[in-house]
Design a protein around this ligand. Structure first.
Ligand code: SF4
Length: 287
């Protein structure tokens, strides 16, 4: 059996840096505080907790002598101001590509356009983008776009991990509704690469395994992309979820993983599949 592992499976550089900073600060200060989880993955969260990271609901719960880490997917300006006023030691782990989205939406707002964000309602990154401007519209589906009234001018950005197909469908609808429409494609390049790779792997492999937590929108999107092209696609959170039955009469298995899946879990799942299929070292390739 041959295994093809997607080249960009797993942590994107934004999440990798944020996790690295969290471990580093926890080691230096004994504890580091975060408003919400750094990545949507239960295993990563557990290991981070063991090393001294604490998740709190509000800045009120951060001791004045401990650092607070602002996560990769961005933090609202009010929270920044409040942390500065409290003179907290802020560790900024905002991904530079998320900062770019913040700058783009502010620019569209300055141009006097109605700002629109294509993204998941309630997602931390979308909340952070929305907090940069007054009264943005958030659209997650084409049906929501259909309900909009006609408008003179609008500017659109996307959540970094959106699927291009969903964005295209919504933009098509907005072209009917908006006279002067400006669209800035802010899907980040690690997401684009990850999505392109899984689309091609799902077509060429007999079986697809997507590794990621079911709490991660990004991992679920990868599974959806795989399933649309290959019904023999399964999402697993770790090696234990692997079912040997899936591999019967399979010659080529594709593996990918969401941006919040750590290397250790990718390795664990890959090793388990290697054992099931007696896969030789040279039969494990990266594409
Ligand atoms: S998904 Fe993209 S924008 Fe978000 S943290 Fe990763 S690299 Fe940055």
């Amino acid at each position: 059996m041959k295994i093809i592992l997607a080249k960009d499976a797993g942590y994107c550089f934004g999440v990798r840096e944020a996790v690295k900073k969290a471990y580093h600060e926890a080691e230096d200060h004994g504890e580091v505080y975060m408003l919400g989880h750094i990545v949507h993955n239960e295993n990563v969260v557990k290991n981070l907790e063991k090393s001294g990271t604490k998740v709190v609901e509000s800045l009120k719960n951060v001791p004045s002598d401990k650092p607070v880490l602002f996560r990769a997917h961005g933090t609202a300006p009010e929270v920044w101001d409040s942390a500065k006023n409290k003179k907290l030691n802020i560790i900024d782990a905002t991904c530079p590509l998320v900062t770019e989205i913040h700058n783009e939406i502010k620019q569209l707002d300055e141009e006097g356009r109605q700002t629109i964000i294509i993204g998941d309602h309630g997602h931390d990154e979308v909340i952070g983008i929305a907090s940069q401007v007054k009264n943005p519209i958030i659209l997650s589906t084409v049906d929501e776009a259909k309900k909009l009234k006609k408008m003179k001018s609008a500017g659109v950005v996307t959540q970094s991990t959106q699927m291009i197909e969903n964005v295209q469908n919504i933009i098509n609808e907005l072209m009917i509704k908006v006279f002067d429409l400006r669209f800035v494609n802010t899907i980040c390049y690690p997401t684009r690469r990850n999505h392109e790779q899984i689309k091609s792997l799902a077509l060429k492999c007999e079986l697809m395994i997507v590794i990621g937590s079911f709490t991660s929108a990004n991992s679920k999107r990868l599974t959806q992309l795989a399933l649309e092209r290959n019904p023999r696609s399964h999402q697993v959170t770790c090696g234990e979820d692997i079912n040997e039955e899936w591999f019967k009469n399979v010659n080529v298995v594709g593996i990918s993983a969401g941006a919040s899946t750590p290397d250790s879990i990718i390795n664990e799942v890959t090793e388990k599949i290697r054992k099931i299929g007696n896969v030789l070292k040279e039969e494990l390739v990266y594409e």
